[in-house]
Write a protein that binds this ligand. Structure first.
Ligand SMILES: Nc1nc2c(ncn2[C@@H]2O[C@H](COP(=O)(O)OP(=O)(O)O)[C@@H](O)[C@H]2O)c(=O)[nH]1
Ligand SMILES: [Mg+2]
Length: 598
C-alpha cells in the first residue's frame, strides 16, 4: 500500500478529485458536507493497476485549519498537490508548500484542477515554478476536471509512476504510529487511526503510549476497512487498543514498540528557513501528528535548542517544523540532531555547541555520536535513532576508542595514586575506581582493567605496580627486629607486649603479612614466612599420631603458639585432626611446598 496526502488552497478541488479517483467520500462529517468544505482529515482509497492500493489522506485547505492539515501530512512521504486552474497560486498553496518543504517531502504530483473552468497553463506554470524551489523539486503535472472527467486517467498514470519512486519501507523497523484520529466503537472500545510509516503492527502486540509509557494491547487491527492479523508499513491502519487509560488516546499521541524509544522535551536541531536569531521565542513544533508549544533558544545561525511543553518520542534525523500559528507562517523546518543534548552552563558553551552542531551530519553518524558522548549504551543509541558503531566494550556499553584509551590511562594513574596514598593497603576497590573515573557502571572498570597492561584484579580490587603493601620505615625496622628473633627461634612468636613496644599494630602486622615480610597464623601471632612448612617437616618426623604437647616440645615453643599453629596447619591440610587430642601429618602434603616440607 502507498499513502499520499493532498495539499492546496481551500476550494481548489482536492476533495472533488479524490471523490472522482476513489468513488469514496473524503468529507466524513455532516458539517463538512453541509458547508461543502473539508474541516478535518479524510481517508479514502483506491486500487490502481501497477501500484496496488493507494490510500489518500485528504487535508483541509482553509487557513485556520493548517494544524489539522499538518497532523495528516506529518507521517506521509508523498503528496498530491492541487491548484485550481481558475484561481492559480493562493496563500494556502504557498503555506502548504512551505509545510511540505519544511518537512522535506520529496515526492509529489501536481494536479491543476477545475480545468473545465479556465485554461490551466498559467496556473500550471506558476505552481511548477514555486514547487521546483521546494524539496519536491520538479514534479509531474496533469490538468484535470472531476466534473468532465478530463485528465483523470493521466493523473492515475502519474500516481502509479509516483509510487514507483517512493523509498521502500522497513517492515522490521521500530513502530511509531502517530495517531491522527481516536474514537470509541461500541463493544470494542478505543480505536485509533494513523499512517504506519515503518515497522509492523500485529494483533496481540503490546504497544507503549509515548505520552506516559503505559502499555496497551492491540486487540484488533484494520487496514482499509478490512480486518487484519498484521499490517506492515506503509499502511493506513485502524488499531483497536485495550488497557487502562486507552480511552484517553487522542490526535498527537504516538504508539510505540515498547522500550525502543526515548521521549524528550529538549532537542538540539538544525533549522532550514529563517535564521535562528530571527525566530519568535514561542512557536509550535509539529512532528508526526503532534503539535507542541516550544521555546526557542538560538545557538548558531541555523541551529537552536527547543524546550518542548511536553515530551515527544523523537529520534536523531527526524524532520519536523516550527509554525507561527498567529501569523500563518512556517518560519522553519528542522532536523533533529540531538535528543539528549548536554547542558549549557559555562559561558561560551552555547557558541561552542553551535560549532559542534554545525559539523554534525544530518543522518545520524554512530561513530560521531559516540565521540561526543564518550560512552553510551547500545540500546540508548538505537532509541535515539543512532546506528551503534562497533562492538560493546562491556555488557551493552559502547565506547569511543580514543575516550576508552584515555580512560585506561587514567585508571592506571588512579590505581597507582591510590597505592601511594595507601601504602599499607594498596589494592583499589573497583567501586572506588568507578567513582574516581566517574563511570556509570562497575563492569566498565573491570573491562578497562582487563585491557590495561600492568593492572591486575583480585578480590574486587585493582593492583598496579605496587601490588604489595610497603611499610613506613619505623614499622619496617620493627619488623626486621622481629624477623631477626624468629631467625634464631623460628616458633617463638613475639609476645603481645613486645609487639606493642615495637609499635606493631594489627593493621601493620596485616600489611607485613601481605608484603610477605611476616606470616600471620592467628590473632597477634606472627612467624617468618615459610615457618608453617618448616613446622610440618618437624612434625613429620614425630611418631604418628601426636599430641599438641608433643608438637610443642618438638617445635620448641609455647602453648600460646602451638595451638593456632596446628589449627593453621589443619586448615592448610598439612595436618589432620583425628580427635580431641591427636593429630597426624597428611599422607602426601600436596598443599604444602615440597621443598620446605622435606
Ligand atoms: N467546475 C468544476 N468544479 C469543481 C472542480 N473540482 C472541484 N469543483 C468544485 O469546487 C468546489 C470546491 O471543491 P472541493 O473539492 O471541496 O475543494 P477542496 O477545498 O480543495 O477540497 C466544490 O464546489 C466543487 O464542486 C472541477 O474540476 N470543475
Ligand atoms: Mg476538501
Amino acid at each position: 500500500m502507498h499513502v499520499v496526502a493532498t495539499a492546496g488552497h481551500v476550494d481548489h478541488g482536492k476533495s472533488a478529485l479524490l471523490r472522482a479517483l476513489t468513488g469514496m467520500e473524503p468529507d466524513r462529517w455532516a458539517e463538512e458536507r453541509r458547508r461543502g468544505m473539508t474541516l478535518d482529515l479524510g481517508f479514502v482509497w483506491t486500487r490502481l493497476p501497477g501500484a496496488g492500493d493507494i490510500a489518500f489522506v485528504d487535508v483541509p485547505g482553509h487557513e485556520r485549519l493548517v494544524g489539522n492539515m499538518l497532523a495528516g501530512v506529518g507521517p506521509v512521504p508523498a503528496v498530491l498537490f492541487v491548484v485550481a486552474a481558475d484561481q492559480g497560486w493562493q496563500p494556502q498553496s504557498e503555506e502548504h508548500l512551505a509545510v511540505l518543504d519544511a518537512l522535506g517531502v520529496r515526492h509529489g504530483v501536481l494536479a491543476v484542477s477545475r480545468c473545465d473552468l479556465a485554461d490551466p497553463d498559467a496556473a500550471r506554470k506558476e505552481a511548477r515554478t514555486r514547487i521546483a524551489e521546494s524539496s519536491l523539486g520538479d514534479v509531474e503535472c496533469v490538468a484535470v476536471s472531476p466534473v468532465t472527467g478530463a485528465g483523470l486517467d493521466g493523473l492515475r498514470a502519474a500516481l502509479v509512476r509516483l509510487t514507483d519512486t517512493l523509498p521502500p519501507p522497513d517492515p522490521a523497523a521500530d513502530v511509531r504510529l502517530w495517531v491522527d484520529r481516536a474514537f470509541t466503537v461500541r463493544g470494542r472500545g478505543t480505536v485509533v487511526t494513523g499512517t504506519l510509516a515503518a515497522g509492523t503492527v500485529r494483533v496481540g502486540d503490546h504497544v507503549q503510549l509515548a505520552r506516559d509509557g503505559r502499555l496497551l494491547r492491540v486487540r484488533g487491527l484494520e487496514s482499509l476497512k478490512e480486518a487484519r492479523q498484521e499490517a506492515g508499513a506503509v499502511a493506513r491502519v485502524a488499531v483497536n487498543v485495550t488497557g487502562p487509560g486507552a480511552g484517553s488516546l487522542r490526535r498527537g499521541d504516538a504508539l510505540l514498540t515498547p522500550d525502543r524509544w526515548l521521549t524528550t522535551d529538549l532537542v538540539d536541531v538544525r533549522l532550514r528557513g529563517d535564521a535562528a536569531g530571527d525566530l519568535p521565542r514561542e512557536l509550535m513544533l509539529h512532528a508526526g501528528s503532534a503539535a507542541v508549544p516550544v521555546t526557542v533558544r538560538p545557538l548558531g545561525d541555523d541551529s537552536a535548542r527547543l524546550r518542548l511543553a511536553s515530551a515527544l518520542p523523537l529520534r536523531v534525523a527526524d524532520t519536523a517544523l516550527l509554525r507561527d500559528p498567529g501569523r500563518h507562517r512556517v518560519p522553519a523546518g528542522l532536523t533533529v540532531l540531538d535528543v539528549r543534548p548536554p547542558r549549557l552552563t559555562r559561558r561560551g558553551a552555547a557558541a561552542a555547541r553551535a560549532r559542534e552542531l554545525g559539523s554534525l551530519p544530518e543522518v545520524a553518524d554512530g561513530a560521531a555520536e559516540l565521540r561526543r558522548r564518550g560512552l553510551a549504551r547500545r540500546a540508548e543509541l538505537l532509541a535515539m535513532g543512532v546506528r551503534p558503531p562497533g562492538d560493546p566494550v562491556a555488557g551493552d556499553w559502547l565506547a569511543d576508542p580514543d575516550h576508552w584509551a584515555a580512560l585506561r590511562d587514567r585508571l592506571r594513574e588512579t590505581v597507582e595514586e591510590h597505592a601511594v596514598r595507601n601504602p599499607l593497603d594498596p589494592g583499589m576497590p573497583l567501586e572506588a575506581a568507578r567513582q574516581a573515573l566517574g563511570l556509570p557502571d562497575r563492569s566498565l572498570v573491570e573491562a578497562l582493567a582487563g585491557a590495561a597492561p600492568g593492572l591486575r584484579q583480585g578480590d574486587g580490587r585493582l593492583y598496579g605496580s605496587r601490588a604489595r603493601p610497603t611499610l613506613p620505615p619505623a614499622a619496617q625496622a620493627a619488623v626486621d627486629e622481629v624477623r631477626a628473633d624468629l631467625a634464631r627461634t623460628p616458633f617463638r612468636a613475639p609476645e603481645a607486649e613486645r609487639l606493642e613496644r615495637l609499635g606493631l599494630t594489627p593493621k601493620l602486622l596485616a600489611a607485613a603479612d601481605a608484603a610477605g615480610a611476616l606470616l600471620r597464623i592467628g590473632e597477634g601471632i606472627v612467624l617468618l614466612p615459610g615457618a608453617d612448612a618448616g613446622a610440618a617437616a618437624v612434625l613429620a618426623r614425630l611418631g604418628q599420631p601426636f599430641t599438641a604437647s608433643e608438637a610443642r616440645r618438638a617445635l620448641d615453643t609455647t602453648r600460646r603458639v602451638v595451638i593456632p599453629l596446628l589449627e593453621h596447619l589443619d586448615r592448610q591440610g598439612r595436618t589432620v585432626r583425628l580427635d580431641g587430642a591427636l593429630r597426624r601429618c597428611a599422607e602426601s602434603p600436596d598443599t604444602g611446598d615440597g621443598r620446605d616440607a622435606r
